[in-house]
Design a protein around this ligand. Structure first.
Ligand SMILES: Nc1nc2c(ncn2[C@@H]2O[C@H](COP(=O)(O)OP(=O)(O)OP(=O)(O)O)[C@@H](O)[C@H]2O)c(=O)[nH]1
Ligand SMILES: [Mg+2]
Length: 255
């Protein structure tokens, strides 16, 4: 009868307000942890990339190939996020890289607090690249800042070229879209140009790479992008330290 007389409208509104407040609290708590992570990453000269995709798009496979190319040339570490199992961290360790697994249980995304704990287990990773493989999910991880420099969304050609339009938040939040599994293009109905146009409708600045983690086609472009991104971070850090030094010098001269 509440539906008739409207007496539950107030309680529904109150409920809605409570949910909204809980959501705001959750995001502001996450953002505080994310800022602390970001400060740590900056101080450690770490390029941190948050790899996001739907399940099975090839995040771990791409990481395996990336790490095999980078190990011995640059410091690398990996944080793996999955609801259950250590399968992905085990795969990463097979390459010789250091990996920490986070199991999120019922949660469908990593949050910044989980990442801050994983950082303790990673040890003294500095001056290099930290990859965070998020839980396979094209929705929720878009909303959680982990303190990363950039989100990289991986979309495989078996998923359909309309995904940027259907899951816009993820493509809006990402700096780079990697179109993976291009070796399968002859077998699937996937229009690469249309996919890129869809992604740029959502995010005009999104960068795009096409590759196959399996065959290695296009992989060099990805490795070059990583190298350029890391060098840009190092240059920024040097500028920042120079500015700090100049400020200290001025203060010293005035005293
Ligand atoms: N043909 C082809 N298969 C690929 C490619 N990249 C990954 N795969 C396969 O796709 C499947 C899923 O790859 P994963 O790397 O486990 O995908 P993921 O995104 O890490 O999956 P979750 O962690 O479960 O979200 C595996 O069987 C891979 O071998 C590719 O470029 N081409
Ligand atoms: Mg994986």
């Amino acid at each position: 009868m509440c539906g008739v007389c409207g007496c539950n409208e107030v309680s529904e509104q109150t409920q809605e307000r409570r949910h909204l407040k809980m959501e705001l609290d959750l995001f502001s708590l996450n953002n505080r942890h994310a800022e602390a992570n970001r400060a740590h990453f900056e101080h450690s000269s770490l390029l941190v990339l948050n790899l996001v995709s739907s399940p099975g798009a090839g995040k771990t496979r791409l990481l395996e190939e990336t790490l095999m190319a980078q190990l011995g040339c640059i410091e690398v570490g990996v944080i793996e996020g999955d609801q259950q199992t250590t399968r992905d961290a085990d795969r990463i360790r097979e390459t010789g890289a250091h990996a920490v697994q986070i199991n999120t249980g019922s949660a469908c995304h990593l949050d910044a607090h989980m990442v801050s704990h994983a950082l303790d287990d990673l040890g003294m990773l500095r001056n290099g690249i930290l990859y965070i493989e998020n839980v396979g999910n094209l929705v929720c991880p878009a909303n959680f800042d982990l303190g990363e420099a950039a989100k990289v969304v991986i979309l495989s050609v078996t998923e359909g070229d309309d995904k940027p339009l259907k899951y816009p938040d993820m493509f809006a939040a990402s700096k780079m879209m990697v179109i993976n599994k291009i070796d399968l293009l002859p077998h699937v109905d996937f229009d690469v140009a249309q996919c890129i146009a869809n992604a740029r409708l959502i995010n005009p600045d999104i960068e795009v790479l096409e590759l196959s983690a399996q065959t290695g086609a296009g992989l060099q472009g990805w490795l070059d992008w990583l190298e350029e991104s890391y060098q840009a971070l190092v240059a920024d850090r040097i500028n920042q330290l120079q500015e700090e030094l100049e400020t200290l010098q001025r203060q010293f001269d005035q005293e």
